[in-house]
Design a protein around this ligand. Sequence first.
Ligand SMILES: *Cc1c(COP(=O)(O)O)cnc(C)c1O
Length: 431
Amino acid sequence: MNLNDALEAINRVRGIIESHNRWRRSETINLIPSENVMSPLAEYFYLNDMMGRYAEGTIGNRYYQGVKYVDDIEAYLVELMSRLFNSRFTDVRPISGTIANMAVYLTLARGGKVAAVPRQCGGHISHDEVGAPGALGLKIIHLPCDEENFNVDVDAAAKVIREEKPQLVILGASLYLFPHPVRELAQVAHEVGSYLMHDSAHVLGLIAGNQFPNSLKEGADVMTSSTHKTFPGPQGGVIFTNDEGIFKNVQRAVFPQLTSNYHLHRYASTAITAIEMMTFGESYAYQVRLNAKRLAEELSKSGIPVVAEARGFTETHQVVFDASKFGGGAKVAQLLEEGGVIVNKNMLPWDRSAIKPSGIRMGVQEMTRVGMGVQEMVEIAGFIKSMLIDGKEPRVLRDKVKEFRSHYTEVKYGFKLEDAGIKCDCLPLLH
Ligand SMILES: *Cc1c(COP(=O)(O)O)cnc(C)c1O
């Protein structure tokens, strides 16, 4: 490529990224429940030399040279995460929640059978036939769904576990409004010699802030998670357990079986995020729950069929409604995006096809982080009502949404560079 062409190509890259950042950071209301934004300080530390390094193996026992500081940061991150989540053993090397889950499957259910929450009941693809367990050749049986309560049917699930004796019971979900019955089903699992894993990907930040049960305390043998949903760190995965035997085997599954590089540069930012959660986690998680409840109430008041009304709508960051009468999940998600409100389409428990999901799933964690409170939830509900109930054109709403969002661009419940005594204008693309 000659230099002129290269410059043109570079500008194209720059244009795309700058547009994306502007759009998602300052012009749209982001309600995807599996996403978040890091603090400026965490973002500052994300760009570091470890992004190009290797450290196969475990702390103090690596296959590479040049890793003394990698060992230091990984050990410190393990210490912080173990403290925050009360675990005796923590593996921070999985590069995603899916990899963390696979490591547990290889450890506790290799070649065997797992029982999991089906996708229409909120289960994640990494608990499903079409995802990781299927790819590993595991047999999958489904835990029965309590459609009315948006949860697992405890009695029916206990029966399935007793009859089928799966090696591993998987709880936790992607559409997750109320805590799963970890305590009850861990007991049943242990009775028949099975293990129970809770996947906390969506709720890790709420656990950190004491607003959701810590499944290890409830009797889960292992807790897996992503590190970037309600826990607002960089994308990554983590595994917690109090069982040394399980931990040793999980470590072997993470490396050499599933990964070779661990995306080492994210450790520093994950550590900063853990420190932030230790400092601001409680007020953040509390506000997230308050906001979710308020958004659900306001939407419901305006005639939008929010699910689980009888149970108070939600006890997490999520709010879910049935979009059937507005043309279905896919159509509504597209329409709201045109109006500057970014949400997920999602299956609901009574859906039979993943191709035409009837639900809309939202999460308030990211907007809470940029400083929105219950009053702002009322405004967001108003934007959604305008488009779905009053039939206002999304194009008309877009400018109002943009103006509204432009007042909330600073991340709260986290540290700025100045807080750490760092003076530089080094995140120009992001802030
Ligand atoms: C998001 C999610 C995961 C894994 O996500 P990754 O993108 O692989 O980090 C796992 N389990 C549940 C329940 C999830 O919602």
